[in-house]
Design a protein around this ligand. Sequence first.
Ligand code: FMN
Length: 215
Amino acid sequence: MILTKQDIQRLDKLRRSNLINSVTGIKPANLIGTLSRAGIPNLAIFSSVMHIGSNPALIGFILRPKNEVARHTWENIEQTGCYSINHVHRKFAENAHFTSAKFDNGVSEFEQCHLTEQYIDKFEAPFVNESDIKIGLQFKDAIPIELNDTTLVIGEVQHLIVPDHALDDGWQCDLASVDGMGISGLNGYYALSKVAHYPYARPGALPDFKFKPIK
Ligand SMILES: Cc1cc2nc3c(=O)[nH]c(=O)nc-3n(C[C@H](O)[C@H](O)[C@H](O)COP(=O)(O)O)c2cc1C
C-alpha cells in the first residue's frame, strides 16, 4: 500500500491516529506519577517518553494539547515541579493501560487500576511500587510545539531506581530481564527480547557481509 498525504488526510480520525501512531515503530511503555498540591495522587500511561541527553540527565515526553481536556499530569507538574516515570512490565500492562481513562480530578488511578503508590526519599511524587525501573524527575522546561499544540516537557533526573540484575556490564538497562513492554499505536503492547549487542560503530570496522540473520 502506498499512501499520499491526501490519502492520509482523508482517513477517518481513528484509522489515521492508529496508523501514524504506530508507523514509527515501538515506543516505551511508562506510567507518569504525580501528586496535586492537595496531595491527591495521579497516574497515567505515556508512550512518548524519550531520552534528551545524558549530561545533564534529561528526559522528555510529549503532552497532548492542554486546552481540549483536563491534563492532570501536567497540572500536577506545574504545581509541584516533580514527577516519576515508571516502566510498565508484562505483569501489570493491562492495569497500566487503563490509567488512560479520563478519571475525574480527585480520583486516584492508583486505586482505580489496582497499582500501589510508593514514596522514596521525600520525593514529592509517587512511584509505582510494582515497577522495577523508575525515575524521579524535576521539571525543567516545557517547549510548545505550535504545529499541533502539543508540548515537549523536559525534566532532569533526580532519582534512578534500577535492580542490579537489570544492568549489564556497561550499565545499559536490559529491558528483557525485567519483562519490559513496548507500545505500538494506542493499544498494542509488545514484549521485548534482546537479540544483539553490537560494538561502537566506526567507519573502519564495518560488517563485511550483506545479511547475517540474528539467531
Ligand atoms: C498507550 C497510550 C499511550 C499514551 N501516550 C500519551 C503520551 O505520550 N502523551 C499524552 O499526552 N497522552 C498519552 N496518552 C493519553 C493519556 O494516558 C491520557 O490522556 C490520560 O487520561 C492522561 O491522564 P491525566 O489527565 O491524569 O494526565 C496515552 C494513552 C495510551 C493508552
